[in-house]
Design a protein around this ligand. Structure first.
Ligand SMILES: Cc1cc2nc3c(=O)[nH]c(=O)nc-3n(C[C@H](O)[C@H](O)[C@H](O)COP(=O)(O)O)c2cc1C
Length: 211
């Protein structure tokens, strides 16, 4: 605590980390996906609610189910990626609060009675958890290709709809269509040979204020 991590680690996580569209023919094993979750699960979330749900699509069959929902420019990079994760959020995340936030029993009812607050909380925190997924993946030596170019309704219908099993998940885990997709993220070992040069970022004084 209070100790800055090594510059080489900062390079890996931030300065040298790029968004990839081409992939080396190197698989990502299930243990690596489990390791990834074991890191990202420590992301802070409102009321420790952890509303994000992650569907890791690894097989050709699973990718084919995703294909019709992809924006044309995202098809090839996704179909060739070793793994595509659907970062979703559970609209009924508050049902887990008695376990995840046990010291404050009123929290579950607070969200249950206020669907707008529940939706805002689920979206905000699942986005944060998705960002942690990207950082955790980079820490494990993986590369990422996040995407919002897809048809959310189609993904929700195909993977999270009522009565349909979620690929790779227990039916109990995603019952009855209350999980919604937030964004997709391709995972694998990137092929850097086709990367364009890094796009600029806003400098401190254009993005930040010191008050
Ligand atoms: C939420 C999100 C959605 C994105 N959607 C797409 C997308 O649909 N298609 C795509 O090719 N890139 C997408 N990107 C990638 C960005 O364009 C890319 O991260 C950005 O240009 C920075 O590139 P760099 O990480 O190589 O510096 C997305 C990135 C994020 C975080």
């Amino acid at each position: 605590m209070g100790k800055r991590i090594a510059d080489t680690a900062l390079d890996t996580l931030f300065r040298d980390a790029r968004t990839y569209a081409k992939w080396q023919p190197r698989p990502v094993d299930d243990q690596t996906l489990r390791d990834l979750y074991e890191l990202l699960k420590w992301a802070p979330t409102s009321a420790n609610a952890a509303p994000a749900r992650f569907a890791f699509l690894r097989s050709k069959e699973a990718k084919e189910r995703l294909r019709p929902a992809l924006a044309p420019l995202n098809v090839e990079k996704t179909m060739t990626a070793p793994v595509t994760v659907i970062v979703g959020y559970d609209m009924r995340f508050y049902e887990q609060l008695p376990k995840l936030f046990a010291h404050s029993p009123g929290m579950k009812q607070l969200f249950e009675r206020n669907p707008e607050l529940a939706e805002t909380t689920a979206r905000r925190n699942s986005s944060l958890q998705g960002a942690y997924l990207i950082i955790a993946a980079r820490a494990l030596g993986l590369d990422c290709g996040p995407m919002s170019g897809f048809d959310q309704a189609k993904v929700d219908e195909e993977f999270f709809a009522a009565g349909k099993p979620c690929f790779g998940c227990d039916q109990e885990f995603f019952p009855e269509g209350h999980v919604k997709s937030n964004f997709l993220c391709n995972l694998g070992y990137g092929d850097g040979s086709t990367l364009h040069s890094r796009l600029p970022r806003l400098p401190f004084n254009e993005a930040c204020s010191l008050l």
